[in-house]
Design a protein around this ligand. Sequence first.
Ligand code: GZL
Length: 320
Amino acid sequence: MTYFKKLALAASIATALSSSAMAADMTIGFSQIGSESGWRAAETSVTKQQAEKRGITLKFADAQQKQENQIKAIRGFIAQGVDAILVAPVVATGWDDVLTEAKEAKIPVILLDRGVDASQDLYLTSVASDQVKEGKVAGDWLVGAVKDKDCKVVELQGTVGSTPAINRKKGFEEAIAGHNNISIVRSQTGDFTRSKGKEVMEGFLKAENGGKGICAVYAHNDDMAVGAIQAIKDAGLKPGTDILVVSIDGVPDIFAAMVAGEANATVELTPNMAGPALDALAAYKKDGTVPPKFIITESKLYTPADNPQGEYDARKGLGY
Ligand code: GZL
């Protein structure tokens, strides 16, 4: 190896060591929404793993779905003088004051998996999926599945006022807009939980002639879809055939439902938002490298044709 190659190799090793060394000194606050779904639980465990492998001290705060608890936690992190703050914002509005306080304290904030209606200079970057695209991928799948057949859809929305609920609805409606045979006949929030998804689906089935008038359920996440599947079975119908089931997240249990013939499509959402976030933070702390304002994660469609048992096995144990 030439002298210059050795020099370059030494430099790159030093850089890698210095940024991880930099990270090792950091204490980061993480304001997490709660544990409303399997995906959320996986995001929490992956975030803790990502911090640990970088030698970062992570202060974790579970808001139990309440924005006021997130704001309180963020103020606590500011008072403790943490090096950075990660936030998964439960809803889009109401963040200006607390994010301004973090900015004034010169503590960088990174948004994970959801967005905020606030000035972009109040956060360093946002790591999330393209949630409109997720809705569109789900809608496009249904369009292809039903072709010209009339299809009445019931929709289980995510948390009211959250960016995934707003955007996944928007994307799905864009996908079906040009297809007059497909219409959303009922739409209500199931708050991203299995229990609420089941309860709301029970109401839809009762309101729609025992479910005979329903062609498909579109759930903004897999947990609500799994709840809906149970409601459909309790009503004596076959999920996946009598009523198609399409949702988003790619958690193990939706793949188990596919294996059982009870779910038809999911759009995967990675639980690893923290990896890209912590890499961007390390570069920013090391030499001021400003990351892109939005770091977009992939949105991949999975159906029963995509080895659901293998996908289940690959995800089991990742903290879902
Ligand atoms: C979307 C994320 C959503 C998941 C749900 O990025 O915020 O919140 O789709 C979770 O499972 O509750």
